[in-house]
Design a protein around this ligand. Structure first.
Ligand code: DHB
Length: 304
Protein backbone atom coordinates (compact mmCIF):
# COMPACT_ATOMS: atom_id res chain seq x y z
CA UNK A 1 0.00 0.00 0.00
CA UNK A 2 2.97 2.27 0.55
CA UNK A 3 4.59 1.32 -2.75
CA UNK A 4 4.88 3.86 -5.56
CA UNK A 5 5.78 3.62 -9.24
CA UNK A 6 8.38 5.88 -10.80
CA UNK A 7 10.56 5.55 -13.91
CA UNK A 8 8.82 2.23 -14.69
CA UNK A 9 10.02 0.80 -11.37
CA UNK A 10 8.22 -0.02 -8.16
CA UNK A 11 9.62 1.43 -4.94
CA UNK A 12 8.71 -0.04 -1.57
CA UNK A 13 7.70 3.40 -0.26
CA UNK A 14 7.78 7.08 -1.30
CA UNK A 15 10.35 8.21 1.30
CA UNK A 16 13.92 8.94 0.27
CA UNK A 17 17.07 10.47 1.69
CA UNK A 18 17.89 13.67 -0.25
CA UNK A 19 21.37 14.56 -1.43
CA UNK A 20 23.88 16.01 1.00
CA UNK A 21 22.55 14.68 4.28
CA UNK A 22 25.20 11.96 4.36
CA UNK A 23 28.68 12.71 3.02
CA UNK A 24 30.36 9.29 2.98
CA UNK A 25 28.92 7.02 0.30
CA UNK A 26 28.99 3.79 2.38
CA UNK A 27 27.00 5.46 5.17
CA UNK A 28 23.93 5.66 2.95
CA UNK A 29 23.21 2.07 3.90
CA UNK A 30 22.01 3.46 7.24
CA UNK A 31 19.15 5.23 5.47
CA UNK A 32 18.17 1.99 3.72
CA UNK A 33 18.30 0.18 7.06
CA UNK A 34 16.10 2.90 8.57
CA UNK A 35 13.51 2.20 5.88
CA UNK A 36 14.13 4.75 3.09
CA UNK A 37 12.85 3.50 -0.27
CA UNK A 38 15.64 5.28 -2.14
CA UNK A 39 18.71 7.42 -1.44
CA UNK A 40 20.36 10.29 -3.31
CA UNK A 41 24.12 10.53 -2.85
CA UNK A 42 25.96 13.78 -2.03
CA UNK A 43 26.75 15.68 -5.23
CA UNK A 44 30.03 14.80 -6.90
CA UNK A 45 32.09 17.15 -9.05
CA UNK A 46 34.80 16.38 -11.61
CA UNK A 47 37.62 17.60 -9.38
CA UNK A 48 37.83 16.79 -5.66
CA UNK A 49 36.64 19.59 -3.36
CA UNK A 50 37.91 20.18 0.15
CA UNK A 51 34.79 22.05 1.18
CA UNK A 52 34.27 25.42 2.82
CA UNK A 53 35.92 26.67 6.05
CA UNK A 54 34.47 25.40 9.36
CA UNK A 55 31.96 25.66 10.89
CA UNK A 56 29.88 24.42 7.99
CA UNK A 57 26.55 23.72 9.68
CA UNK A 58 24.68 25.64 12.36
CA UNK A 59 21.40 24.79 14.02
CA UNK A 60 18.89 27.63 14.22
CA UNK A 61 15.30 27.79 15.45
CA UNK A 62 13.30 25.42 13.23
CA UNK A 63 16.14 24.46 10.94
CA UNK A 64 19.76 24.39 9.89
CA UNK A 65 21.99 26.61 7.83
CA UNK A 66 24.78 24.84 5.96
CA UNK A 67 27.66 25.76 3.74
CA UNK A 68 29.53 22.53 3.13
CA UNK A 69 30.92 23.71 -0.18
CA UNK A 70 30.23 20.47 -2.03
CA UNK A 71 32.98 18.59 -0.25
CA UNK A 72 33.60 15.38 -2.21
CA UNK A 73 36.39 13.15 -3.51
CA UNK A 74 35.87 14.05 -7.16
CA UNK A 75 34.71 11.90 -10.07
CA UNK A 76 37.61 9.47 -10.37
CA UNK A 77 37.72 8.43 -6.71
CA UNK A 78 33.96 8.56 -6.17
CA UNK A 79 33.07 6.36 -9.10
CA UNK A 80 34.60 3.19 -7.60
CA UNK A 81 32.90 3.82 -4.25
CA UNK A 82 29.53 4.43 -5.89
CA UNK A 83 29.92 1.32 -8.04
CA UNK A 84 30.62 -0.83 -4.94
CA UNK A 85 27.69 0.73 -3.09
CA UNK A 86 25.20 0.11 -5.91
CA UNK A 87 26.39 -3.50 -6.37
CA UNK A 88 26.42 -4.35 -2.66
CA UNK A 89 22.98 -3.00 -1.84
CA UNK A 90 21.01 -3.59 -5.02
CA UNK A 91 18.58 -0.81 -4.04
CA UNK A 92 17.53 2.37 -5.87
CA UNK A 93 20.46 4.79 -5.68
CA UNK A 94 20.30 8.21 -7.34
CA UNK A 95 23.67 9.81 -8.09
CA UNK A 96 23.82 13.60 -7.79
CA UNK A 97 26.26 15.58 -9.92
CA UNK A 98 27.26 19.23 -9.80
CA UNK A 99 29.13 21.37 -12.33
CA UNK A 100 29.16 24.94 -13.46
CA UNK A 101 29.32 24.36 -17.20
CA UNK A 102 27.40 22.22 -19.62
CA UNK A 103 30.43 20.32 -20.80
CA UNK A 104 31.29 19.22 -17.26
CA UNK A 105 27.72 18.04 -16.62
CA UNK A 106 27.98 16.04 -19.86
CA UNK A 107 31.21 14.42 -18.71
CA UNK A 108 29.84 13.59 -15.27
CA UNK A 109 26.66 12.08 -16.71
CA UNK A 110 28.57 10.18 -19.38
CA UNK A 111 30.72 8.52 -16.70
CA UNK A 112 28.04 7.97 -14.06
CA UNK A 113 25.58 6.22 -16.45
CA UNK A 114 28.05 3.39 -16.77
CA UNK A 115 27.20 2.44 -13.17
CA UNK A 116 23.53 2.07 -14.15
CA UNK A 117 22.16 4.10 -11.22
CA UNK A 118 18.40 4.35 -10.62
CA UNK A 119 18.64 7.96 -11.87
CA UNK A 120 21.03 10.89 -12.03
CA UNK A 121 20.14 14.15 -10.30
CA UNK A 122 21.60 17.35 -11.72
CA UNK A 123 22.24 19.73 -8.83
CA UNK A 124 21.43 23.03 -10.52
CA UNK A 125 20.94 24.80 -7.23
CA UNK A 126 23.83 24.68 -4.74
CA UNK A 127 23.72 27.97 -2.82
CA UNK A 128 27.30 27.84 -1.60
CA UNK A 129 29.63 28.08 -4.55
CA UNK A 130 28.57 31.39 -6.04
CA UNK A 131 31.92 33.10 -5.55
CA UNK A 132 33.62 30.59 -7.74
CA UNK A 133 31.00 29.99 -10.38
CA UNK A 134 28.76 33.02 -10.56
CA UNK A 135 25.11 32.54 -9.70
CA UNK A 136 23.18 29.28 -9.40
CA UNK A 137 22.48 27.59 -12.73
CA UNK A 138 18.78 27.18 -12.01
CA UNK A 139 18.30 30.93 -11.74
CA UNK A 140 18.67 30.91 -15.52
CA UNK A 141 15.97 28.97 -17.39
CA UNK A 142 17.78 28.97 -20.73
CA UNK A 143 21.07 27.61 -19.38
CA UNK A 144 19.20 25.07 -17.23
CA UNK A 145 17.37 23.79 -20.31
CA UNK A 146 20.60 23.51 -22.30
CA UNK A 147 22.30 21.56 -19.51
CA UNK A 148 19.35 19.19 -19.15
CA UNK A 149 19.21 18.57 -22.89
CA UNK A 150 22.94 17.90 -23.13
CA UNK A 151 22.84 15.62 -20.06
CA UNK A 152 19.88 13.62 -21.36
CA UNK A 153 21.81 13.05 -24.60
CA UNK A 154 24.59 11.43 -22.56
CA UNK A 155 22.34 9.49 -20.21
CA UNK A 156 21.63 6.40 -22.31
CA UNK A 157 18.05 6.38 -21.01
CA UNK A 158 19.00 6.59 -17.32
CA UNK A 159 16.41 9.09 -15.97
CA UNK A 160 17.70 12.63 -15.48
CA UNK A 161 16.27 14.56 -12.53
CA UNK A 162 16.84 18.29 -12.11
CA UNK A 163 17.07 19.78 -8.65
CA UNK A 164 15.79 23.33 -8.54
CA UNK A 165 16.25 26.30 -6.26
CA UNK A 166 13.24 27.90 -4.57
CA UNK A 167 14.96 31.25 -5.12
CA UNK A 168 13.90 31.46 -8.75
CA UNK A 169 11.02 33.78 -9.65
CA UNK A 170 8.83 31.26 -11.46
CA UNK A 171 9.70 27.69 -10.55
CA UNK A 172 6.79 26.25 -12.55
CA UNK A 173 8.16 27.81 -15.71
CA UNK A 174 11.67 26.55 -14.94
CA UNK A 175 10.37 23.03 -14.29
CA UNK A 176 8.51 23.15 -17.58
CA UNK A 177 11.70 24.17 -19.41
CA UNK A 178 13.48 21.18 -17.82
CA UNK A 179 10.64 18.83 -18.80
CA UNK A 180 10.73 20.03 -22.39
CA UNK A 181 14.50 19.53 -22.41
CA UNK A 182 13.96 15.86 -21.55
CA UNK A 183 14.13 15.69 -17.74
CA UNK A 184 12.38 12.62 -16.31
CA UNK A 185 11.59 14.24 -12.93
CA UNK A 186 11.98 17.42 -10.91
CA UNK A 187 13.51 17.59 -7.42
CA UNK A 188 12.35 20.53 -5.35
CA UNK A 189 13.29 22.29 -3.31
CA UNK A 190 16.97 22.72 -2.62
CA UNK A 191 17.89 24.78 0.43
CA UNK A 192 16.72 28.40 0.54
CA UNK A 193 19.54 30.83 -0.18
CA UNK A 194 20.76 32.25 2.01
CA UNK A 195 20.51 32.27 5.78
CA UNK A 196 22.87 33.71 8.38
CA UNK A 197 23.28 33.27 12.12
CA UNK A 198 25.22 35.86 14.12
CA UNK A 199 26.56 34.96 17.55
CA UNK A 200 25.72 38.03 19.62
CA UNK A 201 28.56 37.26 22.04
CA UNK A 202 31.33 37.17 19.43
CA UNK A 203 29.36 39.67 17.29
CA UNK A 204 30.24 37.60 14.20
CA UNK A 205 28.48 35.27 11.76
CA UNK A 206 28.98 31.70 12.99
CA UNK A 207 29.48 29.89 9.69
CA UNK A 208 32.94 29.89 8.10
CA UNK A 209 31.39 31.25 4.90
CA UNK A 210 29.08 33.54 6.95
CA UNK A 211 25.99 32.48 4.96
CA UNK A 212 24.55 29.15 3.82
CA UNK A 213 21.47 27.30 2.58
CA UNK A 214 18.53 27.14 4.99
CA UNK A 215 16.75 23.80 5.51
CA UNK A 216 14.40 22.23 8.04
CA UNK A 217 10.83 22.96 9.18
CA UNK A 218 11.39 26.71 8.67
CA UNK A 219 11.22 26.20 4.88
CA UNK A 220 8.38 23.67 4.67
CA UNK A 221 5.64 26.12 3.62
CA UNK A 222 7.92 27.38 0.83
CA UNK A 223 8.58 23.81 -0.29
CA UNK A 224 4.87 22.97 -0.35
CA UNK A 225 4.08 26.07 -2.43
CA UNK A 226 6.90 25.38 -4.91
CA UNK A 227 5.93 21.73 -5.38
CA UNK A 228 2.32 22.84 -5.87
CA UNK A 229 3.42 25.36 -8.52
CA UNK A 230 5.55 22.77 -10.32
CA UNK A 231 2.73 20.21 -10.33
CA UNK A 232 0.51 22.73 -12.12
CA UNK A 233 3.04 22.98 -14.97
CA UNK A 234 4.57 19.52 -15.58
CA UNK A 235 3.51 15.91 -16.14
CA UNK A 236 6.77 14.32 -14.96
CA UNK A 237 7.01 13.18 -11.31
CA UNK A 238 8.21 15.46 -8.54
CA UNK A 239 10.59 14.51 -5.75
CA UNK A 240 9.32 16.87 -3.07
CA UNK A 241 11.41 17.92 -0.09
CA UNK A 242 12.04 20.78 2.28
CA UNK A 243 11.46 20.64 6.02
CA UNK A 244 9.37 17.45 6.01
CA UNK A 245 9.54 15.83 9.43
CA UNK A 246 6.11 14.46 10.39
CA UNK A 247 3.55 12.09 8.86
CA UNK A 248 1.29 15.08 8.25
CA UNK A 249 4.12 16.82 6.38
CA UNK A 250 4.61 13.80 4.11
CA UNK A 251 0.88 13.68 3.34
CA UNK A 252 0.80 17.43 2.67
CA UNK A 253 3.79 17.17 0.33
CA UNK A 254 2.13 14.37 -1.65
CA UNK A 255 -1.15 16.28 -1.80
CA UNK A 256 0.81 19.24 -3.25
CA UNK A 257 2.06 16.94 -6.00
CA UNK A 258 5.10 14.95 -4.89
CA UNK A 259 5.43 11.30 -5.92
CA UNK A 260 8.43 10.81 -3.62
CA UNK A 261 9.14 12.73 -0.43
CA UNK A 262 12.62 13.55 0.87
CA UNK A 263 13.44 13.40 4.58
CA UNK A 264 16.64 15.40 5.09
CA UNK A 265 17.20 17.74 8.03
CA UNK A 266 14.82 15.61 10.11
CA UNK A 267 17.40 12.82 9.94
CA UNK A 268 19.83 15.17 11.72
CA UNK A 269 17.22 15.89 14.37
CA UNK A 270 15.75 12.41 14.91
CA UNK A 271 18.16 9.86 13.41
CA UNK A 272 17.52 7.23 10.72
CA UNK A 273 14.67 5.72 12.75
CA UNK A 274 12.50 8.56 11.46
CA UNK A 275 11.91 6.66 8.21
CA UNK A 276 10.42 3.74 10.11
CA UNK A 277 8.31 6.03 12.31
CA UNK A 278 6.92 7.89 9.29
CA UNK A 279 6.18 4.66 7.41
CA UNK A 280 4.20 3.33 10.36
CA UNK A 281 2.27 6.59 10.54
CA UNK A 282 1.55 6.47 6.80
CA UNK A 283 0.25 2.91 7.09
CA UNK A 284 -2.10 4.00 9.86
CA UNK A 285 -3.26 6.95 7.75
CA UNK A 286 -3.97 4.68 4.77
CA UNK A 287 -5.99 2.28 6.90
CA UNK A 288 -7.93 5.00 8.70
CA UNK A 289 -8.77 6.78 5.45
CA UNK A 290 -9.42 3.55 3.52
CA UNK A 291 -7.01 4.30 0.69
CA UNK A 292 -5.94 1.52 -1.67
CA UNK A 293 -2.57 3.10 -2.20
CA UNK A 294 -0.53 6.03 -0.92
CA UNK A 295 -0.25 7.23 -4.51
CA UNK A 296 -3.91 8.28 -4.38
CA UNK A 297 -2.69 11.31 -2.45
CA UNK A 298 -0.45 12.63 -5.21
CA UNK A 299 -1.67 16.04 -6.34
CA UNK A 300 -5.16 15.80 -4.80
CA UNK A 301 -4.88 19.31 -3.41
CA UNK A 302 -5.25 20.45 -7.04
CA UNK A 303 -8.63 18.84 -7.66
CA UNK A 304 -11.32 21.42 -8.17
C1 DHB B 1 25.53 22.49 -0.29
C2 DHB B 1 24.98 22.05 -1.47
C3 DHB B 1 23.62 22.18 -1.66
O1 DHB B 1 23.01 21.75 -2.81
C4 DHB B 1 22.84 22.72 -0.66
O2 DHB B 1 21.53 22.85 -0.82
C5 DHB B 1 23.39 23.16 0.52
C6 DHB B 1 24.75 23.03 0.69
C7 DHB B 1 26.99 22.45 -0.07
O3 DHB B 1 27.64 21.42 -0.28
O4 DHB B 1 27.53 23.48 0.36
Amino acid sequence: MLGINIFNHHLSNPLFLPSGIINEIGDHKLAFKGGAGCVVLKSITIEPREGNPFPRVVKVNHGFINSVGLRNKGLTKSIGLICDFIKTHNKPVIVSVFANKRIDFERLVNTVVQLKPFAIELNLSCPNVEDEYGSMVSLNNKISGEIVKASVAQANRVPIITKLTPNTINIGELASVCEQAGASAISAINTVASGMFIDIKTKKPVLGMKKGGLSGPAIKPIAIAKVYEIYERVKIPILGMGGVSTVEDVIEMMMAGATMVGIGSAVYSYGYGIFHTLLEGLNTYIETNKLNSISELIGIAHEK
